[in-house]
Write a protein that binds this ligand. Structure first.
Ligand code: AMP
Length: 541
């Protein structure tokens, strides 16, 4: 029909070209393995990325080929984030914390042609190299870590590769629904499942996370993604930064406590993003060593539930706002953010904290419903709990080459993705996860949310981390078992009786774990992406 808008494919090369044209002088900062800081501009980033595209072509990379990365957050990883998709190939980020057999499975299942790896991460790849069936070559990025004298098949140095090339002459054109990126998610059962992101989904998601009621990424931001670039595209932050002109600060391989605090202070970070554990450890560090983190306007916490005690501590002790967000590998990831609405500004501090501790409101373009066991939608009344289902332009429609039929069972016939999270939604549209389906504990016929119990335990002043799992119990049906890690200075003095009394104020007495069901352990085991690994805890039981 005449008179309509232009056809403008939403492809990642458009984001890249925008950076060069509109803010070539803006900085990109990375910390390397020796602690030194690397700085350059979007202008230099652009030139190097175009040379990298040419180099990839010479290495034989064709549209649709999978090019893997095994690397920390850095400027080189960002170059790959753009060069690979801009060629029409697929950027496959490999999780550096995977168990060896999972890594082998994933590389072979994705049929990766090349692997780009940081020098500091060569060892696990060198050990597994003979088992990779399709990898033709490794390209090593020298992150200034000590040389371990390791050798890999067809090894090439990243810098020499780029230095030898001219910039690619033009961006190839293709459909916006072409695959751009890929990330595997470890299921609770079965093999890991692959999720493919398209150019269109990445582009729209970058716009989505930049909206004011999402993370409000802007040209005034200095943005620190502690969330790894090998996990759900670093929550889309590199793309949103490049779209808006925000200055990214990549933390490299030191993610715990002091190095993060120092980066925030030195670079005057305004927006930081990561899982709760990272921010919990930072909070402890700040008690010991005063650091100025007042530049931060928001700290995004997702991947696991943000404990209300932590949200409150950042607010009270540092004047820092925590933005609680929810998402999944399958949802690119952003689904909800707990930004308060206008009418909530008159609420009491306590009620505001309660609201901000929920996972939050659904961002534009993410549609949601909660359903009962028979699949019937439930009312958003803050009381009904049911499985959360979502749909939208950045939600997966299926898994990549699923190994079995069950893998795709989460995708309903009527076009929804079942998240496996159990949630309720209040009358303001704020979603609150009450548990993963399998994580609910039924005690005396009543559902107990392990998440609520964990949050309550982590609000006890001496507790650093707490994880709750169920165990069969003759009387209660199931009983809650609490695994605890005390704060370092309370290692020898954590008073379990006092904790029991503390929990008894909030829960019915049959819900509170017995003293004999409380285990103080050195560290709560974590999955490869830093969540509490309840499978391991259940095994320990
Ligand atoms: P992944 O695909 O590894 O990122 O895991 C996604 C899952 O992490 C979700 O289905 C939730 O169970 C959990 N998750 C993510 N964000 C949150 C959050 N803010 N609170 C509670 N659980 C979360």
């Amino acid at each position: 029909m005449n008179g309509l808008m232009m056809h403008y494919p939403l492809t990642i090369d458009r984001i890249l070209a925008r950076a060069e044209r509109n803010f070539p002088e803006q900085e990109i900062v990375s910390r390397l393995a020796d602690g030194s800081i690397h700085r350059y501009t979007y202008g230099e980033f652009y030139t190097r990325t175009l040379k990298l595209m040419q180099a990839l072509r010479k290495l034989g990379v064709k549209p649709g080929d999978r090019v893997a990365t095994f690397a920390w957050n850095s400027y080189r990883h960002m170059e790959l984030y753009f060069a690979v998709p801009a060629l029409g190939a697929v950027l496959h980020t490999l999780n550096i914390r995977l168990f060896p057999e999972q890594l082998v499975y994933i590389v072979n299942h994705a049929e990766d042609a090349l692997i780009f790896c940081d020098k500091s991460l060569m060892k696990p790849l060198a050990d597994l190299e003979p088992q990779f069936k399709t990898v033709k070559q490794f390209i090593v990025m020298d992150d200034l870590s000590p040389d371990q004298g390791l050798k890999l098949k067809g090894i090439t140095d990243y810098e020499s590769l780029i230095a030898a090339e001219n910039a690619v002459a033009e961006f190839p054109a293709f459909d916006e629904n072409t695959a751009a990126g890929m990330c595997y998610t470890s299921g609770t059962t079965g093999e890991p499942k692959g999720v493919l992101y398209s150019h269109r989904s990445v582009f729209l998601h970058a716009m989505g996370i930049s909206m004011i009621d999402s993370l409000a990424v802007s040209a005034r931001d200095v943005i620190l993604p502690v969330v790894p670039m090998i996990h759900v595209m670093s929550w889309g932050i590199p793309f949103a930064a490049c779209l808006t002109g925000a200055k990214p600060v990549y933390p490299g391989n030191q993610l715990i406590g002091k190095p993060i605090a120092d980066l925030i202070e030195q670079e005057k970070v305004t927006l930081a993003a990561g899982v709760p554990t990272i921010w919990n450890v930072l909070l402890q560090h700040l008690k010991k060593e005063k650091t100025d983190i007042s530049s931060i306007r928001a700290m995004v916490v997702g991947g696991s539930a943000a404990p209300p005690a932590m949200i409150e501590a950042y607010q009270k002790e540092h004047g820092v706002q925590i933005l609680h967000a929810w998402g999944m590998t399958e949802t690119s990831p952003l689904g909800t953010v707990a930004n308060l609405k206008r009418h909530m500004s008159s609420w009491s501090a306590e009620d505001q904290l309660k609201q901000r501790s929920k996972q939050g409101a659904f961002v534009p373009l993410v549609e949601a419903r909660i359903v009962d066991d028979a699949g019937n939608p439930l009312a958003w009344d803050g009381k009904n709990s049911g499985e959360l289902q979502v749909k939208g332009p950045w939600i997966a429609a299926s898994y990549y080459k699923p190994e079995n039929k069950e893998a795709n069972a989460a995708f309903t016939a009527d076009g929804w993705f079942g998240t496996g999270d159990v949630a309720r939604v209040d009358e303001h549209g704020f979603m609150e996860i009450t548990d993963r389906k399998k994580d609910l504990i039924k005690t005396r016929g009543e559902w107990l949310s392990s998440v609520e119990m964990e949050n309550a335990a982590m609000a006890f002043p001496d507790v650093l981390e707490a994880a709750v799992v169920g165990r069969p119990d003759d009387v209660r049906g199931e009983a809650a078992v609490l695994f605890l890690t005390p704060k370092p200075e309370k290692k020898d003095t954590l008073d379990l009786k006092a904790l029991h009394a503390f929990l008894s104020e909030k829960f019915a007495h049959w819900q509170v774990p017995k003293l004999t069901d409380m285990y103080v352990i050195e560290a709560i085991p974590k999955t490869s992406v830093g969540k509490f690994d309840k499978k391991v805890l259940r095994k320990r039981l």
